[in-house]
Design a protein around this ligand. Structure first.
Ligand code: SF4
Length: 237
């Protein structure tokens, strides 16, 4: 086991998808091929981080950040670059309109936490935490893909359970709202997390941390068709 072993939502998600994929990425150092969706997601997250961290939160500045952070890595051709660039402009225009009409104040962007669950290091970065009504807080996770999840998917999202745990137990915040912000439709879907749901999520994280520590890396070949490493994996079907 490596000295820097730590657990995070993305690591847990990778392990849940296929334990062997976890091994390839985090033990063997295999890189996931970059694609348009990965690059685009990174660009939008970075643009919003810079926007909310900056002094002037006005429309033009938002698009200056967008142009500054734009990069062409992972796109298939100039046409695809243009299509994604246009999509981002619409996304950010709608985002800005909602932002200036919001009663909440952005408290943190890309807020990192670093804690322990049992003997394991547990880390993560929360896209945004807002404050409203003076002392209430909202956790917001951005999604940049086109498909908006249904309520059940949002309710069962493990990432939000981890973030709620971190906000309450690491930052000591009073969490009153939890949402996923689907930027492609400028739509937030709200959810809740009970104490038991958070405990269950943390138990899942601990169980997976133990399995990783024991180097249980069985391939799940039912996922190969959807796997971003299928061309690099010797177990691929
Ligand atoms: S190609 Fe299949 S076995 Fe290999 S990492 Fe991906 S899902 Fe797992």
């Amino acid at each position: 086991m490596r000295q820097d072993f730590k657990i995070s939502y993305s690591r847990i998600n990778t392990y849940l998808f296929c334990p062997y994929k976890y091994k390839l990425i985090y033990f063997d150092g295999v890189h996931v091929p970059i694609n348009a969706d990965i690059t685009f997601g990174h660009i939008i997250h970075k643009t919003l981080e810079q926007f909310h961290s900056g002094k002037k939160q006005v429309y033009d500045v938002l698009f200056e950040y967008y142009d500054d952070v734009w990069k062409n890595d992972g796109f298939n051709d100039p046409h695809q670059i243009f299509e994604y660039y246009k999509r981002g402009k619409v996304m950010l225009t709608n985002y800005y309109a909602s932002f200036i009409n919001s009663n909440s104040k952005v408290l943190y962007v890309e807020k990192a936490f670093n804690t322990n669950i049992g003997k394991y290091k547990f880390v993560g970065i929360i896209d945004r935490i807002d404050i409203f009504d003076n002392s209430k807080h909202e956790i917001i996770d951005y999604k940049t893909h086109l498909k908006v999840w249904n309520q059940k998917m949002v309710d069962q999202d493990l990432q939000l359970s981890f973030y709620t745990y971190a906000c309450k137990n690491v930052f000591g915040l009073n969490i009153n709202k939890i949402s996923i912000y689907f930027l492609s439709e400028n739509k937030k879907i709200y959810t809740k997390r009970s104490r038991n749901e958070i405990i269950n999520a943390m138990n899942i994280a601990t169980k997976i941390a133990k399995d990783i520590e024991s180097e249980k890396f069985l391939p799940d070949t039912s996922k190969c068709k959807m796997c971003s490493l299928k061309l690099k994996c010797k177990c691929s079907l």
